[in-house]
Design a protein around this ligand. Structure first.
Ligand code: PMP
Length: 285
């Protein structure tokens, strides 16, 4: 049976789900998105993702085609129609179809496009959680408003593909000698039980999982430092890990060919992954 996709007010079989070639998402990457994890058929960190979506829209001056209640109703309908127990709901809003021009179209006449779909994927039983991932550092070639979650993902896609060509799982991006973030995740180090991560600014995406993990870690008594770190500092940390909506907390065991710690997932990372999963199962709605 074909998957159901939501496009501009309609639930459609995926082969009938279509967007205009004049949509500014297609022509200008003029759009924003969110990925929300699903566990036991329920949404994880739901409110955080909706709030960040509102902020992204407002930063690029894009009207919203639906309010939070409507979006949530669509998310739930898709989860149900596609029988998703574990996986994700993807949501994208683009400025809509208009005659091609660099100027934003008149919002009175051009309606933004709203697309949502689901993917069923095992998230808890991720084999990478057991062995950890290997990363390659690359120059951060993205634009300077990385705090906005736009669909402009070509630089990250190029970096991730370059990492895979060298047998690695992901790329960590570096600006002015300091690590910014992974291609689709936030980066953390652990040294002597202290958890370190770059502070929020326009140089990184304010990860929703980052915020939840920091809150749970603080409740569990860990000390947190929001600081920038170099590749060398990362390589000499006791542990390293990444966070994202679908990766949760994943250990990083190698950076540019150098093992982190003993080259195996560390105890703090393991504990934070367990904590994040337990809290997400408990709080998902
Ligand atoms: N940074 C970047 C560049 C990302 O693309 C993502 C995931 N979309 C993240 C961080 C992690 O954000 P979240 O925890 O909200 O998934």
């Amino acid at each position: 049976m074909s998957r159901t996709v939501y496009v501009n007010g309609k639930f459609l079989p995926e082969e009938d789900a279509k967007i205009s070639v004049f949509d500014r998402g297609f022509l200008f990457a003029d759009g924003v998105y969110e990925v929300t994890a699903v566990l036991n058929g329920k949404l994880v960190d739901k409110q955080g993702h909706l709030s960040r979506l509102r902020r992204s829209l407002s930063e690029i001056d894009m009207p919203s085609p639906a309010d939070d209640t409507e979006i949530e109703a669509i998310q739930r309908e898709l989860i149900q129609r596609n029988s998703v127990t574990e996986g994700l709901v993807y949501l994208q809003i683009t400025r809509g179809a208009a005659e091609r021009s660099f100027f934003f179209p008149d919002p009175e006449t051009t309606r933004p496009s709203l697309v949502l779909f689901t993917q069923s994927v095992p998230l808890i039983a991720n084999p990478k959680a057991e062995h950890g991932i290997k990363v390659l550092t690359v120059e951060d070639i993205r634009w300077t408003r990385r705090d906005i979650k736009t669909v402009q993902l070509l630089p990250s896609s190029m970096c991730k593909t370059a990492a895979r060509a060298q047998g690695k799982d992901d790329a960590w991006m570096v600006q002015d000698g300091y690590i910014t973030e992974g291609t689709s995740n936030n980066v953390f180090l652990v040294t002597k039980n202290h958890i370190m991560t770059r502070r929020l600014s326009s140089t990184i995406l304010p990860g929703i999982t980052r915020a939840s993990v920091l809150a749970y870690a603080e409740e569990a008594g860990y000390e947190i430092q929001e600081v920038s770190f170099s590749v060398k500092e990362a390589q000499s940390a006791d542990e390293a890990f990444i966070t994202s909506a679908t990766a949760f907390v994943l250990p990083v065991v190698e950076i540019d060919g150098q093992p982190v710690g003993d080259g195996r997932p560390g105890p703090v990372t393991r504990r934070l992954r367990e904590l994040y999963i337990a809290e997400s199962l408990r709080r998902s709605e």
